[in-house]
Design a protein around this ligand. Structure first.
Ligand SMILES: NC(=O)c1ccc[n+]([C@@H]2O[C@H](COP(=O)([O-])OP(=O)(O)OC[C@H]3O[C@@H](n4cnc5c(N)ncnc54)[C@H](O)[C@@H]3O)[C@@H](O)[C@H]2O)c1
Length: 392
């Protein structure tokens, strides 16, 4: 797949450091970046679940196994690599687990973020940092309201509070050390943060997440109890926020300080649906999916917000970022990924990336346009994985 031209060709040959590369989103991002021609180094704990998407992908990159709570090891890894850009995804990302291990959640998500930013502050090579926080960073009062980037951060459970803190830390580092007022004079770093919704896609085997729970049960022909069936979330295919992170990274690497701020990446309003609706759509694509709605059980569960949606008009307007797949397609792609894996042991991650790029190109999304150095030569058409010319 020849895709170096995407995102104005900015990632081709760039040194990209990703924390959390062994995780669900990090493994998809690492593969996409390596296909874009980037020189990728990842820093994470060992993959936690088996099977494990990162190892299955066999990506051409450097993988460092380390703990972001260990400041020295993280500093050494960043300074030895001299990256151009850092995507920070490493975190304890599960709400329910955060009730069991609050201390570890706060240490990883708060101090891990501080150590990452300190390492970047001491680097001479880094031009851009993107800190991946969460839609759960907002102070959520369970109102039928879509959060804007300017809304206050908060957090009821330890995970959400840790991501609210990660946002405050990002904003403090941007004000204190990477202030855009001093950009190009006292420092050369642009720092942004991203708050994406609930992402789905192949290769996630985390505990207590809807899709992994559903597909694990379907693969064993078991019935699953789904919690909080009426809770509404901003569901998206994992490639949607990743295209947002990559587009934002492009702008920062191009040296545009007006993009060094916080960004929401989420679905269109009509794709904010309930847990139950996601399960119903998933069943359309895999008959072995069977579930009970555990409303009684839900009453004994730790608190999780019942309504969470994002207002993404800033990303749509200022960044010109738009979604490619609606919720039905996102669920179909996801369920098909797991069906293929469980039935034939095949991994369709790269095919999904190719399909996504092809549809984004057909929709003429901004990140698919040719870089300026190609526009003089119309014969330089990128080709897709079937060897067909992709539309310019
Ligand atoms: N998946 C979602 O729906 C979602 C939604 C919003 C935000 N996020 C955020 O996106 C990021 C990635 O989430 P994910 O779903 O891929 O999670 P994941 O659990 O699949 O991956 C987490 C990654 O962080 C690494 N990690 C955890 N603790 C670490 C430590 N102490 N030191 C080094 N590495 C450590 C893990 O090894 C793994 O690589 C997280 O910051 C998460 O909060 C995820």
């Amino acid at each position: 797949m020849k895709i170096n031209h995407l995102f104005k060709g900015i990632y081709s040959g760039k040194k990209v450091f990703i924390t959390g590369h062994t995780g669900f989103k990090g493994s998809w991002l690492s593969l996409w970046l390596s296909l874009l021609g980037a020189d990728v180094t990842g820093f994470s704990l060992k993959p936690e679940y088996a099977p494990d998407h990162f190892s299955l992908l066999n990506i051409k990159m450097t993988s460092i196994i380390g703990d972001i709570r260990n400041k020295e090891i993280l500093f050494d890894a960043i300074h030895a690599f001299n990256p151009d850009i850092v995507f920070h995804l490493a975190a304890q990302p599960l709400v329910r687990k955060s009730y069991n291990i609050p201390h570890e959640t706060f240490e990883t998500n708060i101090m891990g973020t501080v150590y990452m930013l300190e390492a970047c502050r001491n680097s001479k090579s880094i031009k851009a940092i993107i800190n991946i926080t969460s839609d759960k960073c907002y102070e959520n009062k369970d109102l039928q309201y879509s959060f804007k980037e300017s809304d206050p951060v908060g957090g009821f459970d330890p995970y959400s509070a840790s991501k609210g803190c990660a946002e405050l830390i990002t904003s403090s580092y941007r004000n204190s050390f990477f202030n855009i007022r001093d950009y190009g004079k006292e420092h050369d770093v642009l720092l942004a943060s991203c708050r994406a919704g609930n992402v789905i896609g192949g290769g996630d085997w985390s505990e207590d997440r809807l899709i992994p729970d559903i597909v694990r049960s379907a693969s064993k022909k078991e019935i699953i109890n789904i919690r909080n069936p009426h809770a509404v979330r901003p569901w998206q295919h994992v490639l949607e926020p990743l295209s947002g992170y990559l587009l934002l990274g492009q702008k920062l690497l191009e040296g545009k300080p007006e993009f060094a701020e916080a960004w929401n990446f989420g679905p269109r309003n009509e794709d904010n649906i309930s847990v139950k609706e996601v399960a119903e759509i998933a069943k359309l694509f895999w008959d072995d999916i069977n579930y009970n709605q555990e409303t009684a059980l839900s009453n004994n569960q730790p608190h999780e917000s019942s309504y969470l949606t994002l207002d993404c008009s800033k990303a749509n307007g200022k960044l010109n970022w738009n979604e490619v797949w609606n919720i039905e397609t996102a669920i179909e792609k996801t369920i098909n990924w797991y069906k293929l894996f469980y039935s034939k042991n095949e991994i369709s991650t790269e095919n999904d990336i190719a399909d996504y790029i092809e549809e984004a190109t057909n929709k003429d999304l901004v990140w698919t346009s040719l870089p300026d150095y190609c526009s003089f030569n119309k014969t330089l058409k990128p080709i897709n994985r079937q060897g067909r010319n992709m539309p310019l």
